[in-house]
Design a protein around this ligand. Structure first.
Ligand SMILES: NC(=O)C1=CN([C@@H]2O[C@H](COP(=O)(O)OP(=O)(O)OC[C@H]3O[C@@H](n4cnc5c(N)ncnc54)[C@H](OP(=O)(O)O)[C@@H]3O)[C@@H](O)[C@H]2O)C=CC1
Ligand SMILES: O=C(O)[C@@H]1CCC=N1
Length: 275
């Protein structure tokens, strides 16, 4: 299977890192990006073949799967560049990971409709990503399987019936790692203000996050019950959670995630309406 990544930035690098070495023998990764330094790094680290955007032709024409990993704002121009290069008779699969961009708009720009739209996340870098996925009617069962194989190399996949749900997936797991890092940063700051060293604070915050996430994953009990078990009556956790609730922390997180989903929809509206 020949896979051409168009865009070798943050998310493509995370996917390639997770994929490298996991695909079956004969699988072949090409990366197209304008930045020579980024391509050099990907070649050295993961043994992929690279091309600058100017000579993407061969990689695109030969690809079984074309992964579009450019910014949503670049997608229309990139699709216009790719349109004459796609050999439609060979029926390659197009996989878009762009936030907001709808399959129908992408199909119009590409003049080609076998599209899987998905939303991965950066823990793919260490094989711990999760991806929400949808396929257009033009995607064959075999192509769907190929897309699933690629994304499952970096973590579980969740298939959605309705493409509109991808904005919700973006808000929860696509952007989600940033919310978690933000929370960890807050814990680091608190540790420092409470007199611990940077190193101690980081170690305690990270181990707590990893341990709690694993406990919640492995437990058959609801997360709320696990939280209650930490919260002794009249104790320290109760004091913390009461203060957080009074500050509206949970409501702010819910509101923030909804803002991410709304931004995904707005990107789709704005960029899709552009022509
Ligand atoms: N980062 C994340 O956590 C996630 C991102 N995504 C989606 O992935 C996509 C990429 O995001 P991200 O990796 O963060 O962004 P980056 O900016 O890191 O990567 C995009 C890359 O595409 C390159 N590029 C621009 N034009 C072309 C072209 N014509 N041909 C080939 N490459 C080109 C850019 O180069 P240059 O910088 O020179 O323009 C850049 O290196 C976005 O659509 C985003 O919505 C999805 C899930 C999670
Ligand atoms: O912030 C963004 O728009 C992208 C999509 C999900 C994560 N990063």
């Amino acid at each position: 299977m020949k896979i051409a990544f168009i865009g070798g930035g943050n998310m493509a690098s995370a996917l390639i890192a997770g994929l490298a070495g996991k695909l079956t023998a004969g699988a072949d990764i090409h990366v197209v990006d304008p930045n020579a330094d980024a391509l050099e790094r990907l070649r050295t680290q993961y043994g992929v073949t690279t091309a600058t955007a100017a000579d993407a032709d061969a990689a695109v024409a030969a690809a079984d799967v074309i992964v579009l990993a450019v910014k949503p704002q670049s997608m229309r121009d990139v699709a216009a560049q790719l349109r004459p290069l796609i050999d439609t008779a060979r029926q390659p699969l197009v996989v878009s990971i762009a936030a907001g961009i709808r399959s129908a708009d992408l199909a119009r720009w590409l003049g080609y409709g076998a599209i899987v739209r998905c939303m991965p996340n950066t823990p793919a870098l260490i094989g711990m990503g999760i991806t929400g996925m949808t396929a257009t009617a033009g995607v064959s069962a075999q192509q769907k399987q190929a897309a699933d194989d690629i994304l499952r190399a970096v973590g579980p996949t969740v298939w959605l019936d309705d493409e509109a749900q991808i904005d919700a997936v973006t808000a929860i797991s696509g952007s989600g790692p940033a919310y978690v890092f933000y929370f960890i940063e807050a814990m680091q700051q608190a540790a420092k203000e409470l007199g611990l060293s940077d190193e101690q604070g980081t170690q305690l915050a990270l181990a707590t996050f990893a341990g709690a996430a694993q406990l919640a994953t492995q437990s058959s009990e609801p997360v709320s019950l696990l939280r209650e078990r930490v919260t002794s009556k009249g104790g320290t956790t109760y004091a913390a959670l009461t203060s957080m609730e009074q500050s509206g922390v949970k409501a702010a997180i819910v509101k923030g995630a909804k803002a991410a989903a709304a931004r995904g929809k707005a990107l789709g509206d704005e960029l899709g309406a552009a022509g």
